[in-house]
Design a protein around this ligand. Structure first.
Ligand SMILES: Cc1cc2nc3c(=O)[nH]c(=O)nc-3n(C[C@H](O)[C@H](O)[C@H](O)COP(=O)(O)OP(=O)(O)OC[C@H]3O[C@@H](n4cnc5c(N)ncnc54)[C@H](O)[C@@H]3O)c2cc1C
Length: 403
């Protein structure tokens, strides 16, 4: 049996960020950390690939350049019941392809001395002695710390973390070449969100993102629901309708994947075990998860390094850390927003959001984590809105009412 102080299971953004932060905190640890990945990079990942500004900040903090092809979106078109809001502002998003992006992060891990073993699926996990026994298709290991960065279906979570509240959403998507769809998003450097199906029962939205696949412009079209259970038929119907609307009807391969989100009473740690990324839970409102995967990874790494230094592997402090930090607060606010925007009071909240350019500006900065807005209190945001200290210029936002 091979003994390692830390084994990270999964090499998506959460796993790579955990490894990179461990290396940053203690370069000597890099050679002792092992990452186990069941797939082989570049591996496919069902994801629209939108990196909000906070994801880019996390990459900067990890000293990782964005080295893969990406498409900038600095405009947004948001349809809410009865209105369309056009927004133009700072950089809203960079859209990458996840196979390329995740492979680039793994390459940086390796370049910094972290061992990543691919094609090695973890098949069993048992708490044993002063750590966890990890069985994979290729070997047997013992780790003092296991970081579960194995995505929304996390085996680490199922096997080693006490059951908490189950919070699972779902998203489906397809990619259509730009020359087969009547959509201006690419040319306009814009992404589109539509919440118009909320009154019809969708607890989520439809999106269109510009992206590049093998250098060729495509539209990534998808539908998200905060509630996975029972949403399948509605998601598929709405995606088909959106493709028809955009003149892209046809047999485009549709892929679907669950998104686990964070909320109150969600468990993310146990003795010798830390969860990160989708395994822990991300944004309930929009299903955005890459920035959170990177954030969790950095925090899990700090806790793991601290545990090795202090021999305290209880990790109760990690749950508190996340819950009490701006990260936990932001994720809980996103959960609350999902209840407001997708629940019975949604007409009120959409009307407020669509009517006030100031509220839009503050909301977008908060959501994207621009200038530390997501670390400010709700009162600070309200005060800024009331006093008008955050201004949206007329070019930034315009609203069209629909009959
Ligand atoms: C349709 C869709 C669209 C999305 N669009 C966006 C978006 O535009 N922007 C955004 O920020 N987020 C988006 N998300 C969410 C985002 O994809 C996730 O939040 C993000 O991938 C989480 O990263 P992660 O590292 O936690 O998990 P993952 O990226 O899922 O990585 C987990 C890794 O663990 C490996 N693994 C799993 N089990 C094992 C095992 N037993 N042994 C070894 N390895 C294992 C997997 O192979 C995988 O490589 C979208 C999700 C979906 C479904």
């Amino acid at each position: 049996m091979e003994r390692r102080p830390i084994i990270i299971i999964g090499s998506g953004p959460a796993g790579s960020a955990s490894a990179l932060e461990l290396q940053r905190l203690n370069p000597e640890l890099a050679g002792e950390v092992l990452v186990l990945e069941k797939a082989h990079h570049p591996r496919p990942k069902v994801c629209a690939g939108g990196l909000i500004p906070h994801s880019l900040d996390c990459l900067r903090q990890l000293d990782v350049p964005l080295s893969v092809p990406n498409v900038l979106a600095h405009r947004a078109r948001v349809d809410v019941p009865g209105r369309t809001v056009e927004y133009e502002g700072h950089e809203l998003c960079r859209v990458v392809r996840r196979d390329e992006f995740d492979a680039s992060l793994v390459a940086v891990c390796r370049a910094r001395g972290v061992e990543v073993r691919e094609d090695e699926k973890v098949t069993a996990l048992v708490r044993e002695g002063d750590g966890v026994r990890v069985e994979s298709e290729r070997g047997s290991y013992h780790a003092r710390v296991v970081v579960g960065a194995d995505g929304s279906g996390s085996m680490v979570r199922r096997e080693l973390v006490p059951a908490g509240r189950e919070c699972v959403g779902k998203a489906i998507m397809t990619d259509v070449p730009q020359d087969r769809i009547d959509w201006s998003g690419h040319r306009a450097e814009r992404y589109d969100f539509s919440f118009t199906a909320v009154p019809a029962g969708l607890r989520g939205y439809v999106w269109a993102f510009p992206c590049l696949i093998a250098g060729r412009p495509h539209a990534n079209i998808g539908v998200y629901s905060v509630q996975a259970a029972g949403s399948g038929a509605l998601l598929y119907r709405l995606l088909k309708e959106e493709l028809d609307r955009l003149g892209a009807s046809g047999d485009w391969p549709i892929k679907s994947f669950p998104i686990r989100w964070y909320g109150r009473s969600v468990r993310i740690a146990a003795p010798h075990v830390l969860l990160a990324g989708d395994a822990a839970g991300v944004d309930a409102l929009m299903g955005e998860g890459i920035s959170y995967a990177l954030e969790y990874g950095r925090r899990a790494a700090a806790r793991a390094a601290n545990a090795l230094a202090t021999s305290d592997f209880s990790f109760a402090a990690y749950e508190r850390d996340v819950a009490d930090s701006w990260l936990g607060k932001k994720l809980r606010r996103l959960e609350m927003s999902s209840r407001l925007f997708y629940g019975w009071s949604s007409p009120l909240w959409f009307a407020i959001a669509a009517k006030s350019p100031r509220a839009q500006e503050i909301g977008i900065r908060w959501y994207n984590g621009v200038d530390g807005w997501d670390r400010r209190s709700g009162w600070a945001a309200l005060a800024a809105w009331w006093r008008g200290t955050v201004k949206a210029t007329p070019a930034q936002s315009s609203v069209t009412s629909k009959p």
